[in-house]
Design a protein around this ligand. Structure first.
Ligand SMILES: Nc1ncnc2c1ncn2[C@@H]1O[C@H](COP(=O)(O)OP(=O)(O)OP(=O)(O)O)[C@@H](O)[C@H]1O
Length: 249
């Protein structure tokens, strides 16, 4: 009997009955209202939904940046609810990668130094062949000696992607990673991110408002009023647009 792909690959991240409420009494807002999800290793998932549907709150919970009102988050075998602040900080540093809209590179460091910085800070030795592979997949070979001010926005974001991937996190969270880029540079970045994800077997969870960006993912999760409204497998921009239009009407 063949083993289903998801079981063979294992689960990188899981959420069980996640609820997040802000405030008390009449002014209370339930931003995430009972979400259960699993992300397989190597999967690239986009999270979409109207403004206020709970995307950022869900991502903060999944990344251990915020604690749920109830429910659980598991990063690989670790239940985040069992961790104190110190161990949660360590887990975020060692097992989670982040790519934000702003590239957050250190201006005085070269591209190579920026990419290596997280490993250096945690006292880990960089895997040189992995470094070469990531830099190759992101076409950064010729930019390693440049400082951020000497690079285009797209190149800077590719450095930020390389920095997130080199620590081999269980999950990389990307929050509107193409938000500061023009359309064609954004497409190129997503193509490279997609390629790196496939080559390295890296799990990526990306929040975006852009249906074309989301179509680079293996799966799109649609959030509405803090609940999971639907899922689109192997999405096309047209299917995503149609689903989004259906939600907003
Ligand atoms: N710290 C907070 N305190 C109170 N309410 C909050 C807080 N954070 C989020 N909310 C509320 O929770 C709901 C979901 O917000 P969230 O930012 O997760 O949505 P979103 O889908 O990411 O929106 P957008 O696409 O506009 O960024 C909203 O009603 C928001 O006002």
């Amino acid at each position: 009997m063949s083993i289903p792909t998801t079981e063979r690959r294992g689960t990188a991240l899981r959420a069980v009955d996640l609820v997040k409420r802000f405030g008390e009494g009449e002014t209370a807002v339930t931003a995430v209202a009972g979400v259960s999800l699993g992300f397989s290793r190597g999967e690239f998932v986009a999270v979409m939904g109207p403004s206020g549907s709970g995307k950022s709150t869900l991502m903060n919970l999944l990344a251990g940046l915020d604690t749920p009102t109830s429910g659980r988050v598991m990063v690989e075998d670790t239940d985040l609810s069992g961790l104190d602040d110190r161990r949660l900080t360590l887990l975020r540093r060692e097992r989670i990668g982040f790519i934000f809209q702003a590239f957050n590179l250190l201006p005085t460091l070269t591209a190579e130094q920026n990419i290596l910085l997280p490993l250096k800070l945690s006292g880990r030795r960089p895997d040189r062949s992995l470094f070469e592979e990531i830099v190759g997949a992101l076409r950064l070979q010729d930019r390693l000696g440049h400082r951020p001010s000497e690079m285009s926005g797209g190149q800077q974001q590719r450095v930020a992607v390389a920095r997130a991937l080199l620590t081999e996190p269980a999950v990389v969270f990307a929050d509107e990673p193409t938000g500061a880029l023009d359309v064609s540079t954004g497409r190129e970045l997503l193509g490279r991110l997609r390629e790196a994800c496939t080559r390295l077997g890296q799990t990526i969870v990306m929040v975006t408002h852009d249906p074309t960006a989301a179509a680079y993912a293996d799966r799109v999760l649609l959030l509405s009023d803090g609940t999971l409204h639907g899922t689109i497998e192997s999405p096309t921009p047209r299917e995503i647009l149609a689903a989004m239009a259906g939600m907003e009407s």
